[in-house]
Design a protein. Sequence first.
Length: 227
Amino acid sequence: METGAAAVTRWAMTFDLDRCIGCWACAVACKAENSVGEGLWWQQVDSVGGTRRDIAAGTFPKPEKHYRPRNCFHCADPPCLPACPEGAINQRPDGIVSIDYDACTGCGECIPACPYDAIGLNRTAPRLPHGLENGHGDAAVPPRPAGVAEKCTFCTHRLDRGEDPACMAACPTQVISFGDLEDGNSTVAEHASRHTAHRPRESSGAQPSAWYLPYSIGSRQRRSGRS
């Protein structure tokens, strides 16, 4: 994790899609780390391409397919924040968007407001195995009560300890980079400045703190060296 010499101004993530193999290690690590309950995912990996529609479009016999991780992108102008009638969603000075579970009433107004489908509602009480009632992940992240909205936190508890987010630490192919966007020497700042980098759904005006480096090699990297 790169923090630079100065205080962090804005945390951000970049995703190198050429490196993603669709293993879901990031999503599983997030779920375990944060005691995310049954039926909810704070991080997901979308499959893009390689469908029957792609084949019908004429790319057969080599329909390309790639993978795209996504989580909460901690937008600079988060639409979920004004959508919450209870003021339960807040933005820290470093850009991280958080949910106050004590203030959240579970109305769900934040869910359709998010352009990235990054918020879920924990409609039922957590169902955890015997002996894990206090959570199955990091002790700094207790299970949420029933009826509140949940989402990725950029693993703020790990950041406070000087550690990388769990998804980044677990990724076997170094897809995810994380750091201070305002630190010109950080990897995320360099990635975000590339002319090929793009932010998801920029037309939403949310200004997500995430950039994708587009895939270019597609299915070739997933053929175990065969041509």
